[in-house]
Design a protein around this ligand. Sequence first.
Ligand SMILES: Cc1cc2nc3c(=O)[nH]c(=O)nc-3n(C[C@H](O)[C@H](O)[C@H](O)COP(=O)(O)O)c2cc1C
Length: 248
Amino acid sequence: MRAKASMDESEHRFSEADRRGLYRAIYERRDVRSFFKPNDVPDDVLARLLDAAHHAPSVGLMQPWGFIVIRDGQVRQTVYEIFDRARLAAAQVYNDDRRAIYERLKLAGIREAPLNLCVTCDEKTARGHGLGRQTMRETALYSTVCAVQNLWLAARAEGIGVGWVSILDVDELRATLGIPEAVVPVAYLCLGFVTEFGAEPELEIKGWEQRAPLAGLIHFERYGVTDEARAEQLLRSLSPKEAVEDKS
Ligand SMILES: Cc1cc2nc3c(=O)[nH]c(=O)nc-3n(C[C@H](O)[C@H](O)[C@H](O)COP(=O)(O)O)c2cc1C
């Protein structure tokens, strides 16, 4: 009986509806900088998002994250000014056509979004007893990014847009939010209900960058051994819709 059950590869699979919901959140998640409604994100929704983040994997179960909840308009204005200085400084590295596109991009919704969140990482926490971190020191940061992604997907399911702002001077951000030297501000996020989610990344729509074909990113057995025909064969059943089709 046991042997038979272990042969059943769909034994632990979610129902088709649940799988569709999960893949829908993955494919329809967007980085949102426009279209925010002014409505507050209610506490019960925010609680679900934070708890989704808090259930992310973390190295050694260290859970190095912290969440600074920012609703105050004055604080958001100060962060906006930090962003705007950094945005203008960053423009200097681009020339001509590329700079013209850069200047047309909307790169943050700090003031428009009613809720901002700064997700921090305490790399020095004793939690987790150093498991996994002696070999890969960055894993505390990786864990925190997993928490951000959980939150981002849960937010999409709740109809809430999230935009990640990295065009910020970290020292100025630390000073504004009182973040100690030992703690890393990993993500500054703008959140709110939105009037729409784009079908594609805004950077694609505005001509900044295109999604790379997946087949070219698959390496076989060793890094650098790519084989597009073989990769395409591997991916042949795949399209966003078919990916969740129940084949059982
Ligand atoms: C670590 C990280 C930092 C990002 N920083 C910014 C940013 O400063 N400004 C911005 O407009 N988008 C930022 N983004 C969003 C990306 O531009 C966006 O994820 C990408 O274009 C793909 O679009 P999508 O998220 O809608 O699929 C960031 C995303 C990540 C993962």
